[in-house]
Write a protein that binds this ligand. Structure first.
Ligand code: SF4
Length: 537
């Protein structure tokens, strides 16, 4: 790939919004099939804007795939429905077969996959996550491809030597297929395509006695063929990621791409919970303990408890918790009162004002560079800056010892089955899914499909549920819906809306990216340093 153009070039963005961002020559012969095995890297010229947009868009797709896999059994109607719902907007190519000119979609699919290879090749965890989501996405897309000719063409183009058996041969051996295939009736055999596969490539199916074997060939039904193709896909992708990881040092001189790639895997793509919100000032300090008990996610409840018990938390904890409180609606004055009232139990008020108040004001954009800092997303909390001994920040599902986590969950009245389920998810590294499960169990199973991406989202979802049929207006306040609002659909989050207005959506996404991008931990460290210099000056 080559890169051209300046970041934030308004003209290019407009062009892209109209779907005319074909920057290179006509490569339509490059994408002959809707499905891809991603064997050859792209050779297009591509602008940095497009690079960024494609990357964010694919991360969103893979996150949705992950959520679907955690919420429903793969292959069921509910799973398919859930996948359809978002992919229809995020990746129409995966769902809709009626797209007239899907060249741009195929190109985006190809390029975005390779961009994410660069971002997710660096560690074992990232590689595992990426391969697992790409495999689920591939499986879903393959099973959506019901046209036998298209499947055959895909297999041929990718050198997968699996031959569909002709109808007359199928009729002759139908009774053997029925006897050997797992839970298939004669009627189902009639409507299913079977493929002849060398038995050595279908060992799992042979071992499970799920297929008919004859003269060294396994006769595999369409739905099982995918598992064989997936195993080829997995081995190809894991090799490719290893090769990509070795090439990454060559990118290190490129200061345009590397920071973007480094942040991609930690990127939060949802709502921006900064302080410029209508809920500012609507929370009351006297309700803080109640909110912590009922509506704070585990990470913030842990920090709140520590603060109440020991009247102090360390810097990273103060940043994580302080920005969260700002996001739920605490004003600067309330924040100062809140922190001062606890810290002054173990130190002079004067000391608090000199050493700590500056940082609180700084995080509200009232000191230093006057940046309006954004509350941390789950990704940021989970992926960066793990807590050391004596720290209380981080994500308990990621950073707490599982015995301790079990105890804590039990003390928060999660039943034994729930604790086991959560620990199981944690052991499989599904931290946010574990948090979503915890949310569900502590809110009377009120919502089964909430997907926690941000501690402030957790708080808002909780407040909505606790308000019953009233509308949550902001932190701690509720009101009944106005009559004119009763029949209106709920407001949508800007970046998750279907892209009817492509320009607006792209802008929201990019601004979000920039916002997170600008608030690195290095900057926060610099902020603390600046604050300490001021204090000692
Ligand atoms: Fe907090 Fe997110 Fe971890 Fe939940 S998943 S405890 S909200 S960091």
């Amino acid at each position: 790939m080559q890169f051209g153009g300046e970041r934030k070039n308004a003209h290019q963005r407009q062009q892209r919004g109209r779907g005319k961002a074909r920057l290179s020559g006509d490569n339509s012969s490059q994408y002959t099939h809707r499905l891809q095995f991603y064997r050859l890297p792209p050779t297009d010229n591509i602008s940095l804007n497009e690079f960024e947009d494609f990357a964010i868009s694919r991360v969103k797709v893979l996150r949705h795939v992950e959520q679907a896999g955690q919420s429903y059994v793969r292959g069921t109607e509910k799973y398919k429905e859930y996948m359809d719902k978002e992919l229809r907007h995020l990746m129409p190519l995966a769902v809709r077969k009626d797209l007239k000119d899907d060249f741009e979609e195929r190109r985006k699919d190809h390029i975005s996959h390779f961009i994410l290879r660069l971002a997710y090749c660096k560690s074992e965890d990232l590689r595992r996550w990426f391969i697992s989501q790409e495999m689920d996405l591939f499986r879903y897309r393959f099973l959506m491809e019901t046209d036998k000719r298209e499947v055959t063409r895909f297999l041929q183009e990718n050198d997968l030597q699996f031959t569909p058996i002709p109808e007359d041969e199928k009729k002759q051996i139908a009774k053997y297929l029925c006897a050997s295939s797992f839970s298939m009736t004669m009627a189902m055999i009639e409507h299913t395509d079977f493929y002849k596969v060398p038995f050595t490539e279908a060992i799992d199916l042979v071992r499970g006695r799920k297929v008919y074997l004859h003269k060294g060939w396994a006769y595999v039904p369409h739905n099982d063929l995918v598992s064989i193709i997936l195993s080829a896909f997995r081995s190809h992708l894991s090799q490719a990621l290893a090769v990509t990881a070795r090439s990454i040092p060559h990118l290190e001189e490129d200061d345009r791409l590397l920071p973007m790639l480094n942040n991609l895997s930690k990127q939060y793509l949802g709502q921006n919970y900064s302080s410029v919100k209508t809920n500012t000032g609507k929370i009351e300090l006297k309700d803080m303990d109640m909110h912590a008990r009922k509506s704070f996610p585990l990470c913030m409840r842990q920090l709140h408890t520590e603060l109440r018990e020991n009247h102090h938390i360390r810097h990273h904890g103060r940043m994580q918790y302080g920005l969260f409180l700002k996001g739920i609606g605490l004003t600067l004055e309330q924040a100062l009162t809140f922190w001062r009232s606890e810290f002054s139990k173990i130190m002079e008020v004067d000391k608090f004002d000199k050493q700590y108040a500056y940082n609180v004001r700084h995080s509200y954009g009232k000191e230093g560079k006057r940046t309006d800092y954004t509350p941390y997303s789950c990704m940021k909390i989970i992926m960066t800056n793990a807590p050391a001994t004596g720290d209380h920040h981080g994500c308990p599902f990621r950073h707490t010892d599982s015995k301790l986590l079990k105890q804590r969950l039990a003390s928060y009245k999660v039943n034994q089955a729930g604790v086991d389920e959560i620990i199981d998810l944690v052991n499989k590294s599904h931290y946010q899914v574990a948090c979503s499960k915890y949310f569900m169990l502590t809110h009377n199973n009120a919502k089964t499909d909430v997907s926690i991406q941000h501690p402030n989202q957790y708080f808002e979802e909780s407040m909505k549920i606790l308000s019953g049929d009233k509308k949550y207006e902001g932190s701690g306040r509720f009101s009944s819906p106005r009559p004119s609002q009763l029949n209106k659909p709920p407001p949508q989050r800007p970046v998750e809306q279907p892209s009817q207005n492509q320009d607006t959506t792209t802008k929201a996404t990019n601004d979000q990216f920039e916002d997170e991008f600008n608030m690195s931990f290095e900057e926060l460290e610099a902020m603390e340093k600046e604050a300490m210099e001021k204090v000692s000056a």
